[in-house]
Design a protein around this ligand. Sequence first.
Ligand code: GAR
Length: 209
Amino acid sequence: MKNIVILISGRGSNMEAIVDACGREQWPARIAAVVSNKATASGLQFAASKGIATAVVDHKQFDTREAFDAELARIIEGFAPDVIVLAGFMRILTEAFVQQFDGRMLNVHPSLLPAFPGLHTHQRAIDAGCKLAGATVHFVTPALDHGPIVAQAAVPVLPDDTEAVLSARVLQQEHLIYPRAVRWLVEGTLKIDGHRVLHTEGDTQLFLG
Ligand code: GAR
C-alpha cells in the first residue's frame, strides 16, 4: 500500500477528484494526508470529512522560503510518502525541497505547457488568441512549471470565453487527467526518459476535451 500526500492551498477540487478515484478504483494506495499552507483552505474540510489526516504549515510563520520548505518537508516525511501531489498548491518550492522528493512529486498546471507557465494562464491564453487551451500534469523539477510532462488535456477556446468559463472547462479535464496520472505513478507504470515520460503499458497520455 503506497502513501499519497496531497498539498493544497485552497478549494482542493483536484484533491477531491484524486481522493474519490483512489477509493472508487481501489488503488493500491491510501491518501495519508492533505497538507495546506493556509488554514483557511476549504479543501481541508473535505479531507477531514473523509477521515484523512490534515496538517497546516503556514508560510507566513517563516522568515525564509528555505525555513518554510524544511518544515513542510518534515511534516510530509512524517507520513512516509511514496507519492506527493501538488493540487493547487500555490507556493514556489526551493530546489532542496524538490530534490528531496525527486521522481515522486507531480503537479497539475492549467495550461498546455510549455505555454503559459506561472499565473493567469486562462486570461493569457484568451489574450494571445489561442484556439486551444488545456491542462498539464508534470513531474516537479526545480524549474517552475517545466518538469517532464505526464499527461495533457486540450480543450477549445471559444470566441466568447471569459477567464471563468475557460477555467471551468479546463478544470473538468484536470479532474480526469490528474487522478489518472497519480494512479500511474502509484502503479509504477511511468518511465522518464530525459524530458519525456512514457506510460509503459501504452495508456493514452493525451486527452481531448
Ligand atoms: C487548478 O486549476 C490548478 O491547475 C491550478 O490551481 C487550481 C486549483 O484548483 N494550479 C496552478 O495554477 C499551479 N500553478 P483546486 O484547488 O480546485 O484543485
